[in-house]
Design a binder for this molecule. Structure first.
Ligand SMILES: Nc1nc2c(ncn2[C@@H]2O[C@H](COP(=O)(O)OP(=O)(O)O)[C@@H](O)[C@H]2O)c(=O)[nH]1
Ligand SMILES: [Mg+2]
Length: 222
């Protein structure tokens, strides 16, 4: 997968990130880890690993990814979590779709045949279903799991979208603007594993509310 760079946003992931990087070793991928300069525990936990580290200028999940995508030099990038919930073996299928030109953005989905989530709560499951449905109705999104954000895509096309959301609202802004720009989006089944350690950074109600407001804003803006 020589044309692929992983972007790993990480916040307080000192227990999980080293294990994730160990698992990724055999794939020999380019990796950019994006974190806050103050997150010394995570930084120290990966000292021995040979990856590029980017310090975020601002804060937030979306901010980390946006900064990461801007630094990617390969044709393709993939957003990859630091908590161990994504299985790198799935990258091969996603990359294959990208290389063959089957789509511009390939979205992992936990809600297809052959897919599964070991990390969903009832709230995130219901929230996802609602937002995915809204994405279909209001934005014609052909994807079945809008908030998962295990996405492999074309770097140049992602940078041209001029994404802005620095919070978890990024998860909705990204597919919506990609679709608006007439790019091709597809879903592929993914098995989300439970996070290895540490806490989920998403605050179900607060971030859910922000995502909702953001989707309404985008709907009326364009
Ligand atoms: N740099 C950075 N990474 C973040 C931030 N919030 C979450 N992350 C990372 O983004 C990924 C997804 O977050 P997570 O809490 O697992 O959300 P979930 O996958 O929806 O449960 C993990 O690798 C987190 O460490 C943030 O504010 N800054
Ligand atoms: Mg997670």
């Amino acid at each position: 997968m020589e044309h692929l760079t992983l972007i790993i946003p990480a916040k307080n992931e000192k227990e999980s990130l080293p294990i994730v990087l160990d698992e990724l070793k055999k794939y020999n991928l380019k990796i950019i880890i994006v974190l806050e300069k103050e997150d010394l525990d995570t930084i120290n936990s990966i000292k021995e690993y040979n990856c590029e580290i980017l310090y975020q200028i601002n804060k937030g999940y979306g901010d980390a990814i946006l900064q990461g995508i801007k630094s990617v030099k390969t044709n393709f990038f993939c957003i990859f979590n630091a908590d161990g919930s994504f299985n790198p073996i799935e990258l091969e299928n996603m990359y294959d779709h990208a290389i063959k030109g089957n789509a511009d953005f390939i979205f992992g989905s936990r809600y297809m045949d052959g897919a599964l989530s070991e990390d969903d709560t009832i709230i995130t499951f219901i929230g996802n279903k609602i937002f995915t449905f809204m994405g279909k109705i209001f934005f014609f999104l052909p994807i079945s799991d809008i908030l998962y954000t295990f996405v492999l895509g074309n770097t140049q096309k992602a940078n041209a979208l001029q994404l802005k959301e620095k919070s978890f609202s990024f998860c909705a802004e990204f597919p919506i603007l990609a679709k608006r720009s007439k790019h091709k989006l597809i879903s592929v089944p993914s098995h989300e594993r439970a996070r290895i350690a540490g806490k989920k950074k998403v605050s179900e109600f607060k971030d859910g509310f922000l995502i909702l407001i953001n989707m309404i804003k985008i709907y009326f803006k364009y």
